[in-house]
Design a protein around this ligand. Structure first.
Ligand SMILES: O=P(O)(O)OC[C@H]1O[C@](O)(COP(=O)(O)O)[C@@H](O)[C@@H]1O
Ligand SMILES: [Mn+2]
Length: 641
């Protein structure tokens, strides 16, 4: 601002502009979590403004458009290219098509005007395709009550059709509406893993969306960690990619050559039932991919367990000795002793584990891991995406008085903050979150230090007991592969997850974390099962795991939840499971099933009541000060004369 607004006139104009913004209603924030690479489902939610567009259409058109026509209009806004194509294939009569275009223009401009009324004209202009700014503004701000204006409005619409830019205009207007119905998007973690296209999600956000932020999830940490020099993060993500039939993300999207790994895996391992990959797309996995995924998963899991053993021994402060499992195997590898109990081994694949030195990689394994690390570090698109995730993300975020955090704040059974002693200091609550945040940024800044403390700490963030992003006492990956007895698979959640039902606990957390009494905490991470409520602690804590991960639909029974915060309060949106984009368009299935009002404020919230408002007020004070200086200088000059 320092160079701008120097003359009295400029300052006055900006002061008027800022006051106008402060008086506008607060923009709508959407909270989405656990997208897990489900790009189509994620964009479906973004396209429908997390249910907001449908609501705006109903508010505007009930009594004028039938429910079915409202749905058609909504789908035109969500998927303009596809709906245009469908419509043109159906309507053969020219006159009828012209009428369809006219109706579409009018309806879309009306929705755009309604969505835009919360913003300044300059903000709306930024949401309009530059090719159509003039036309759109003419249509948007024309008062059609006068006869001459009506004629000019009609002429514009006629010209759009005659000039053959009707389709382009419709598509651009629909995109502008999509951009305006939600003002700010928060992604509360886990963009990566399991689903096919986290890469598209990052691309989409970087190209289409200005106002958003990420709070990292434990799965995102694996990707950040891989670039920060953690072999363990890389091996974990590779194993998950193979488990979910998604090695393509590495090979095709990020250009990482997995051929040596695949050849190695297929040469040393035979398919085993416990390593059968899960299909995320619903498509049948080919026999060849089945074999590759199965063997790669085994090869990588074994390297992971070996290097985990080394890290646990290297870092006694992590207190993870109970996870040293390879050394607990019987000499014949047919059984294992855990906590004094002997369990038979299933899916055993320990042929490359040296009984005398179980945590040592073979020389082939060492080469494979080193080459993969180098390939990850040299993949430009991966680097770009991860840098984007780091620069626009954080461990947690305080925004408009609320706290956004993927997992939990580690506490004991009484709800007292648990303290972690690391690198000579104690960290708890916010200082623990800040500590991890700092380490992440540092490690990505100097990613070369493999085996470094920071790299190990990133792996700890994935799987350690004091990790706010994981929030469980242990990750039982080994037991889940190799032991049939399900009691060994249990991962105990931190007491936070039970206590967060209680209002007193929420109030206490607000105090501990420096939040106001009207705050909310928004978490992701744990899928909400049917019958359980995502609204906890009397509406002070929300779990909005989007439940988008397809293999998890069985657990949740629904698609998941998102949360909206607008100028009137908070609304919880329930989504039905999403199948495919094609099916969603063909059946016009709006995945939004219900919208529940959680909290309604008596006084509508304005921009002045938000964090942006605070910044604007700061700017206003600076300008007022500048103006006072100008006035003082002026009166001094007058005095001299
Ligand atoms: O369903 P999968 O692929 O076996 O994954 C289970 C593992 O994922 C985790 O739940 C972590 O992932 P989430 O953050 O998605 O919960 C582990 O605690 C668990 O061991
Ligand atoms: Mn998670």
């Amino acid at each position: 601002m320092s160079e701008k607004f120097t003359t009295e006139n400029e300052i006055n104009t900006e002061l008027i502009n800022l006051s106008a913004i402060l008086g506008l209603p607060k923009g709508t924030e959407a909270f989405i979590s656990d997208i897990h690479g489900e790009y189509d489902e994620f964009t479906h939610i973004m396209r429908n403004g997390s249910g907001n567009t449908k609501q705006k259409i109903a508010e505007l058109f009930t009594g004028r458009l039938s429910p079915n026509s409202q749905k058609k209009l909504a789908f035109l806004i969500y998927y303009p290219s596809e709906i245009l194509e469908q419509t043109k294939a159906k309507i053969k009569d020219h006159e009828e098509l012209i009428q369809w275009y006219m109706d579409a223009f009018n309806n879309l401009v009306e929705v755009l005007r309604y969505a835009a009324n919360k913003y300044t004209q300059s903000k709306v202009r930024k949401a309009i395709n530059p090719d159509f700014v003039y036309i759109t503004e003419e249509l948007l701000y024309t008062d059609t009550s006068s006869e001459t204006k009506q004629l000019s409005y009609q002429n514009i619409l006629d010209s759009i059709i005659k000039l053959d830019i009707a389709d382009k205009f419709i598509i651009a207007t629909c995109h502008s509406i999509q951009r305006l119905v939600v003002d700010h998007v928060h992604i509360v973690g886990d963009i990566y893993d399991r689903g096919p296209h986290p890469d598209y999600i990052i691309d989409y956000l970087s190209h289409h969306w200005k106002n958003f932020d990420f709070q990292w999830g434990n799965h995102d940490i694996l990707w950040l960690g891989s670039l920060a020099g953690s072999k363990l993060c890389m091996l974990n993500l590779l194993r998950i990619c193979a488990r979910y039939d998604n090695l393509e993300i590495l090979q095709d999207s990020y250009g990482i050559d997995l051929t040596p790994l695949i050849e190695f895996a297929c040469a040393h391992y035979q398919p085993l039932p416990g390593f059968t990959p899960k299909s995320d797309t619903g498509n049948k996995i080919t026999a060849e991919d089945n074999l590759i995924n199965n063997c790669v998963q085994q090869a990588v899991a074994i390297m992971q367990f070996k290097l985990e053993g080394q890290a646990i021994q290297r870092r006694p402060e992590f207190k993870m000795e109970s996870r040293l499992l390879l050394s607990q195997l019987s000499p014949d590898r047919q059984s294992i002793v855990i906590n004094g109990t002997t369990y038979p081994i299933i899916n055993g694949c320990f042929q490359l584990v040296d009984a005398n030195n179980p945590y040592q990689l073979t020389s082939n394994e060492q080469t494979i891991v080193a080459d993969l690390m180098a390939a990850f570090a040299a993949a430009p698109k991966l680097k770009k995406h991860i840098t984007y995730l780091v620069e626009n993300g954080s461990m947690y975020l305080k925004y408009n008085g609320n706290l956004l955090l993927h997992g939990c704040v580690p506490v004991d059974r009484q709800g007292k903050l648990l303290s972690w002693h690391i690198q000579g200091r104690d960290y708890a609550g916010q200082s623990l979150l800040d500590y991890f945040d700092k380490v992440i940024r540092q490690s990505l800044h100097c990613p070369k230090e493999q085996q470094s403390f920071n790299a190990d700490l990133l792996w700890y963030l994935w799987t350690g007991k004091m990790s706010p992003l994981f929030g469980k006492d242990q990750m039982t990956t080994f037991e889940r592969y190799f032991i049939a007895d399900k009691t060994t698979h249990v991962e105990k959640l931190n007491p936070y997850f039970t206590l967060r039902q209680e209002e007193w606990f929420a109030d206490q957390l607000f105090k501990d974390l420096g939040l106001g009494p009207d705050a909310h905490i928004i978490n992701g991470h744990t899928p909400v099962k049917v019958g359980n409520s995502p609204i906890l602690a009397n509406g002070k804590i929300f779990v909005i795991d989007g439940g988008m991960s397809k293999p998890y639909h069985k657990t949740t029974g629904i698609g998941g939840y998102t949360l909206l915060s607008n100028s009137y309060g908070l609304q919880l949106v329930t989504h039905k499971p999403f199948t495919t984009r094609k099916r969603a368009i063909a059946d016009m299935t709006d995945v939004v099933s219900t919208k529940r009002i959680i909290e309604q404020v008596v006084k509508r919230k304005r921009v002045a009541d938000t964090d942006t408002g605070k910044e604007i007020k700061r700017q206003r004070d600076e300008l007022l000060h500048r103006l006072a200086l100008l006035h003082a200088a002026k009166s001094q000059t007058k005095g001299v004369i």
